[in-house]
Ligand binder design. Sequence first.
Ligand code: ADP
Length: 489
Amino acid sequence: MITQHFMLRHAGLFQEKAFIGGDWMAARSGKTFTVYDPYDRSPLASVPDLAEVDMEQAVSAAKAAFGPWSALTGFDRGSILERWYRLVLEHADDLAKLLTAEQGKPLAEALAEVRYGASFIAWFAGEAPRVYGDLIPSPDAGKRFSVLRQPVGVVAAITPWNFPNAMITRKIAPALAAGCTVVVKPAEDTPLSALALAALGQEAGIPDGVLNIVTTANPKAAGDFICAHPDIRKISFTGSTRTGKLLMAKGAATLKRLSLELGGNAPFLVFEDANLEEAVVGAMASKYRNAGQTCVCTNRFLIQDSVIDTFRDMLVQASASLKIGHGFVEGVQIGPLINQAAGEKVRNLLQDALSKGATIAHSRPFSESDTVIPPIVISGVTEEMTLAGEEIFGPISALSSFSTEAEAIALANGTSYGLASYLYTNNMSRAVRVSEALEYGMVGINTGVISYASAPFGGIKESGFGREGSRYGMDEYLALKYICTDVRG
Ligand code: ADP
């Protein structure tokens, strides 16, 4: 069934080679690994399993390309990015098919991700010529102080499987716009979207060596190599907090600059003065996108006790209407989880919660596929349950109640994470108070959808640091240089 979906309009987007220095390459060892359809584990492709010797070649290519690429004007780099953006949109259907095949999300969602991913290329194409410096007044009449913002150098981007397209463009577009060159290590579950993006980048005129994609089944070895390499000046990572901490510890050896976009534990607060219909719409969007596998997915529904029964019944009704299945099937809204381990983890979290007293408000029979989990609503969730403290990364809506605003804020902030948070209220003063009190990098007020290329995405606490998208996103790839000139000579 799946192979027919590889009948892409642009056959060159299906690549089973790594992309290094403008060439499509096998591993020197000849080793490969298989990419599977997460729904039924049918094999989709086999890609090179690169080792250090291959990755060294990618870093050399990126280093060699850095001089000429950074010497281009921002206008010229922006024009190339603009061409890439247009090609991505032109081939959005093919990119979406590849994405659904390897990641599992419904085709409509995959298409939305491709467009969202493209929006970062467009945004940073526009930002490329806007890397302003500063002139600072000097206390010494004979001197001039100026500040330049220069590209940091070769960047390594390590990306996750949940957004195989957008997490890459969100890093590469600002890096390239700033004048950096990049080595991307995509997640081993989802390398095909990365390779397809590189193919279009090459067509758009991104010079050889500026963008390299290294595929490997051994992320630990790749991470160690990247952290230790003196020519890699920066790591931009999206993934688990555990891996982020490892990269930070290992990157200390070469004092890597870091952007870390890590896990979340998003609270979704609903106050009794909220519009409950709108809250449920927001809840559905923030909970079930990508079958619950996003770092901004609601992890904990915190509902004021006077409205929790009504909210729960409305959420159950909406959750019960979701169609589950293979992402290529028309109308499907919940696809599979990424792999068996993910399915196992979500089942265990559910069992743990039920064993500690949570009750099921809605479930339906599990399918025979290990990776397909139906939407489930549970209530009576307490802080002792593992899923209250850990990212669920699956379609389980976990509800608990609060009675006062102060209690809601304390519960919401009672986690080591600090990425996204959501609150629903029609009381303007409360919206201001609560949004300012939430210890999170992002707050959605009366909305469950907060991610845009023009807005700064990122976290605090153990959700990491650095921002992606927006005018702040360029700063991650730029270093300040202060020049002090004595003009008396
Ligand atoms: P998740 O649990 O969401 O898969 P990970 O942090 O394991 O999150 O994966 C995110 C990315 O980090 C993937 O590209 C993965 O291959 C990579 N990765 C995993 N472990 C390491 C590691 N030890 N060093 C470097 N990268 C790693």
